[in-house]
Design a protein around this ligand. Structure first.
Ligand SMILES: *Cc1c(COP(=O)(O)O)cnc(C)c1O
Length: 347
């Protein structure tokens, strides 16, 4: 029987499987009923998340989407305006929830590869009057997903903070991949999060936990957030089973993100030499955006037949995401499969 080589799954860093250490942690975690407030493993995870991000408190939520939506609902009242980058995950991939749950009015600002011009942000801020909605919140995304895992430089973060302070706005960071940003900047994550009022980050992406995100902020904010979590059905009982994996993620999976970043560079380098493909921008973290001369969906299907899975993000753009379950051999196979598809598409 011929052995099929394993799939190289570059669709997302959400596809990572738990590590053996996570399975062991799940088996042995002390548990309680977290909705009643007595799961010690959840408490431990929330305390660690708060301390890493330099915030007073944190709340464990089922997903990044719920963390973001709870943040909007906790910072804003219905009819408030919030400013977003125009392709923000919160607007693009969260099913219209900002309109549905928090009832916020989304003001969008275009960007250069996910990076908002601070002056442009400041021009969008409205004061609450008889006629105009008041701008309550600025939402940032770091790293930026649709822009290709791009990192917000520290001086921009400080600039956004001073704008927010001048105009009495809060800042929420959609930090689904904020640890990738921290590793790319060579700084502790708290240096990023000191410029924001709240941050949500995912354990379930490259940090390799099966489920879960954390929303961090000051104690009053997290108290309001806990009520929103319950309201949305996000209260989980013996959630320590999942929090135990999250503790392994935060203790052991952050530094290794540098490996994913190195492999993203290797992959981009390999793909840049293939005719019919282009790498307009070198990857900054674990996401590679690939320009395709032919239609991206044609590329995606042809690669899938060759055991390499990825997504078409736009009509002529593929997204490939690195994570712990793709090794150097996987990168080599992905480059080889792309070269093969490239040859087959030559007219
Ligand atoms: C994945 C992601 C989310 C949402 O996370 P889920 O856990 O899938 O709900 C939010 N923001 C960004 C930037 C993401 O990439």
């Amino acid at each position: 029987m011929s052995q099929q080589p394993p799939i190289v799954d570059l669709r997302s860093d959400t596809v990572t499987r738990p590590t053996p250490e996570m399975y062991e942690a799940m088996r042995t975690a002390p548990l309680g009923d977290d909705v009643l407030g007595d799961d010690p493993t959840v408490h431990e995870l929330e305390a660690l998340a708060a301390s890493l991000t330099g915030k007073q408190a944190a709340v464990f939520v089922p997903s990044g989407t719920m963390g973001n939506q709870i943040a909007l609902a906790s910072h804003c009242v219905r009819g408030d305006a919030a400013i977003f980058e125009e392709e923000a995950h919160i607007l693009y991939y969260e099913c219209g929830s900002p309109a549905l749950i928090a009832g916020v009015l989304a003001w969008t600002v275009p960007s250069v590869r996910g990076l908002l011009d601070p002056g442009e942000v400041e021009r969008r801020i409205l004061k609450h009057t008889l006629h105009t909605p008041g701008t309550r919140l600025l939402c940032l995304e770091n790293t930026h997903n649709r822009a290709g895992g791009t990192v917000i430089p520290m001086d921009y973060l400080r600039e956004y903070r001073s704008i927010a302070d001048r105009h009495n706005l809060k800042i929420h960071l959609d930090g689904a991949r904020v640890f990738n940003a921290a590793v790319a900047l060579g700084a502790p994550v708290s240096e990023i999060t000191r410029s924001v009022d709240s941050v949500s980050f995912c354990l379930s992406k490259a940090l390799s936990s099966p489920v879960g995100s954390l929303l961090c902020g000051d104690s009053d904010f997290i108290e309001v957030a806990r009520q929103w979590r319950k309201r949305l059905g996000g209260g989980m009982r013996q959630a320590g089973i999942l929090a135990a994996c999250g503790l392994v993620s935060l203790r052991t999976m952050i530094d290794r993100l540098a490996e994913d970043h190195r492999r993203a560079n290797d992959l981009a380098g390999g793909l840049a030499t293939i005719s019919g493909l282009g790498i307009p921008n070198a990857p900054e973290t674990n996401i590679v955006m690939v320009q395709t001369d032919a239609r991206a969906d044609v590329w995606m299907r042809a690669l899938r037949e060759r055991g390499v899975w990825c997504y078409d993000f736009d009509p002529h753009r593929l997204r490939m995401v690195l994570h712990k379950d793709v090794d150097d051999a996987g990168i080599a196979r992905a480059v080889e499969a792309c070269a093969d598809v490239g040859r087959s598409l030559i007219p």
